[in-house]
Design a protein around this ligand. Structure first.
Ligand code: ADP
Ligand code: MG
Length: 710
């Protein structure tokens, strides 16, 4: 996509130790190096920042009599009885044979239980043998036992040494075991001296938060002393960890700020909008803009009038009226005789936007470009776009395609951004580069992103929120019912439709296969038609041709169809104010955000709307909690925050694969309270210690710094 930033250049042996390849370490050849890469470890320094997941306390021998259930501990004692027992519970499908050793230390006794053992082990663990074990103590029938502990025989007079420090347990990957990681990290720690690992966080910040120095913190985290509180460490609340969390979040923040700085160095065409023209536009709308919409429109118009590119994220719940805000931005481009491109995630949504925009702008100035445009028609549309004969270009991802050339693209609107991902948002920007200018960008998302996530994942963007729905909307009353009560749901659908309302019935399947999903939808439609013969039932699913889908959706809009059966394809797009009942099957299988989006298809008109979430029992405790969130709130923001807590940022942003927001130690839910501090610190460093920016980003983002060059 663009040039490689200098931070990714291969390092050579003349580099400081910490920047050299891990292959300089003993025990690392190309094979191990390749496996370490899977852990994000390329350079020596990366090993230092590969922090333990947890710790084991092998620094002291614990009296058997004082063991607590679940405690991991070292014990030591003499075997006073050993036996092999047959039968009983089987484990792992192997024969029911187990070796039991009773160990006593004077304070109590404990049972060692081995399901897998060989003759040598059996011979070694006999009466009178002294053993040292490490394992988890569990109470079983009033007896303490350890199943498959690590053990070592101790011989007469042997110094019963213990570890000096807590034992770190690292995240590992196939072919890289704990012992190897420990030895590599120890090699690196052993070679660190006062100068070799630079501190990039300025003293005033370290002092402000009472953070330890970097080297001290790393030593502690890799080898905590026996006095260190394991409880603090386990909760990531130790100052040494807090310091790392802070530094990691700082690095991410700096990387975004740098990206933002680069964008601000770019030029854009200022788009001025005369007040009279905007008034005329506003008067032709079928409704009054809400104050929330007006505020956001003003923010956008101010941005557009500048000669630096706007990079703005617009959040607004489903149904909050983002489309007209987008149109207000497009108006500024059109009245300046420039082009605006509007990107939607699905063809249905693109077509719907196109219909809206044709009402608000001159229809001959709008074009819809999707993947299904082929041959002559496509060529003529492309020609009109290239010639600048058309100013409002609406499409799906096909707008990225190489054969699309704009004449003077000055604004890009991306709707439902979370489905596109960051790559595309950046690719499109390059597409519009023209005479040294890049287009303004407005990114709209209907998945409200919690503040913490927005501050971290979209720190390169300005940020507007439509925080109130158009007035008169009534919250959708949501109920959760078991599949066993399907008949009641059918009755409810029948009643609603009999009184002139319309309903959706959404089928979901856990299977990835679209074919199966569509088949399920077909079967459901047939079942519903049989159960409710008096209703007009329509069906849309992903395997139907676009024209067929549109025809069905049109019939539904016109009221010819009472009940629309659909797969999740209707999630975004369909806007039918008369629809007031939404039934979602297998609701427990969908994400909260997705359920909220689906539910947002109703409650658009003046009527009281309802949503019925059907689940197939048994429903787990967690599943119950999730669905309860939807029943209790209609606020996308509350739902998003819960979703974030339950699923984590990767899932919420849909970025598992792209690697955006892959944090090593920080956790933006747990560490949310640091975010404002980190934000301020990042500004401070940018201003006073600009030289620290690059090494910090490199240290924490390394090769993941996909933004650095764009
Ligand atoms: P979304 O933010 O989900 O894209 P839309 O732009 O599709 O929402 O708007 C949802 C519905 O609300 C549409 O039918 C739209 O015409 C209507 N709408 C938008 N703004 C207002 C408003 N200020 N007053 C009343 N209805 C509005
Ligand atoms: Mg929308």
């Amino acid at each position: 996509m663009s040039s490689t930033p200098s931070t990714q250049e291969p390092r050579t042996s003349t580099d400081p130790f910490e920047f050299q390849s891990v292959e300089v370490l003993k025990g690392v050849g190309p094979g191990v190096a390749a496996r370490l890469e899977k852990l994000g470890i390329y350079h020596v320094q990366d090993l230092l920042f590969h922090l333990p997941l947890r710790y084991e306390d092998r620094t002291r021998v614990v009296a058997i009599g004082s063991l607590q259930h679940g405690q991991h501990a070292v014990i030591e004692g003499v075997i006073d009885h050993s036996e092999v027992r047959y039968g009983g519970k089987r484990r792992g499908g192997r024969g029911g044979r187990s070796l039991l050793c009773h160990v006593a230390d004077g304070t109590g006794s404990l049972l060692l239980r081995f399901f897998y053992f060989n003759a040598t082990q059996q011979a070694n663990l006999t009466r009178g043998v002294r053993v040292r074990c490490y394992g988890e103590a569990r109470f079983n029938n009033h007896r303490i036992e350890m199943v498959h502990p690590e053990y070592r025989r101790l011989f007469e007079q042997q110094a019963a040494e213990v570890e000096d420090t807590m034992t770190p347990v690292y995240p590992k990957t196939e072919g890289v075991h704990q012992a190897l990681l420990r030895s590599l990290i120890d090699q690196v720690l052993g070679r660190l001296d006062g100068e070799s690992l630079e501190e990039h966080v300025p003293d005033e910040l370290l002092n402000k938060y009472s953070f330890p120095q970097l080297q001290q913190a790393l030593q502690l985290l890799h080898h905590p002393s026996p006095q260190t509180s394991l409880e603090l460490l386990e909760q990531c609340r130790h100052p040494a960890q807090q310091r790392m969390i802070f530094e990691e979040l700082l690095a991410h923040q700096l990387s975004f700020m740098r990206l933002r700085q680069r964008i601000q160095q770019e030029k854009a065409v200022p788009l001025m909008l005369e007040a009279a023209k905007f008034d005329a536009f506003r008067r032709q709308l079928a409704f009054e803009l809400t104050p929330a919409q007006q505020t956001v429109i003003d923010e956008i118009h101010l941005d557009l009038a500048k000669d630096t590119p706007m990079m703005r994220l617009l959040q607004g719940d489903v149904g909050s009226g983002k489309t007209v805000v987008a149109a207000s931005a497009v108006l500024a481009a059109v009245t300046s005789a420039r082009q605006a491109a509007i990107m939607a995630p699905t063809e249905i949504l693109a077509e719907q936007l196109y219909t809206n925009f044709c009402n608000w702008f001159s229809a001959t100035d709008c074009v819809l470009l999707t993947g299904k445009d082929k041959g002559r028609l496509r060529r003529s549309k492309l020609e009109a776009i290239r010639a600048g004969a058309i100013h409002v270009i609406i499409g799906t991802h096909s707008l990225f395609q190489e054969d699309v050339d704009f004449s003077d693209l000055a604004l890009i609107v991306v709707d439902e951004q979370h489905r596109f991902g960051v790559h595309q948002r950046l690719a499109l920007k390059d597409k519009g580069r023209f005479k040294g200018c890049i287009p303004h960008q407005l990114i709209m998302t209907a998945t409200p992103i919690p503040r913490s996530l927005a501050m971290t994942a979209y720190a390169d963007l300005d940020y507007s929120v439509i925080d109130a729905l158009p007035s008169g909307r009534k919250p959708v009353a949501t109920v959760v019912v078991s599949e066993q009560r399907r008949q009641e749901v059918l009755d409810r659908v029948a009643r609603a439709c009999a009184s002139g309302e319309q309903a959706y019935w959404v089928c979901t399947l856990v299977e990835e296969s679209e074919a199966l999903q569509c088949q399920a939808a077909e079967e459901t439609a047939a079942m519903l038609q049989q159960a409710l013969p008096e209703l007009g039932i329509g069906l849309v699913h992903g395997r139907m041709k676009q024209e067929q889908k549109n025809a069905v959706v049109d019939h539904f809009k016109q009221g010819d169809i009472n009940l629309l059966v659909a797969t999740t394809v209707i999630e975004v797009g369909v806007d039918v104010p008369n629809a007031s009942l939404m039934v979602i099957e297998n609701a427990e299988r969908l994400g909260l955000a997705q359920l909220h989006q689906l539910r947002g298809r109703v409650g658009r008109g003046q009527k009281q709307s309802a949503c019925v979430l059907i689940y197939s029992p048994p429903l787990s405790e967690r599943g119950k909690q999730r669905l309860a969130v939807l029943r209790e709130t209609n606020s996308g923001f509350v739902i998003a925050q819960k979703d974030l807590q339950m699923r984590g940022p990767g899932e919420v942003l849909g970025t598992r694969q792209t690697g955006l927001m892959q944090l090593r130690i920080a956790d933006i839910v747990r560490d949310e309270s640091w975010l404002p501090e980190v934000n301020a610190a990042a500004r401070y460093i940018m201003q006073h210690y600009p030289e620290a920016v690059k090494p910090l980003i490199h240290r924490w983002l390394g090769r993941a710094e996909r933004y650095g060059s764009v």
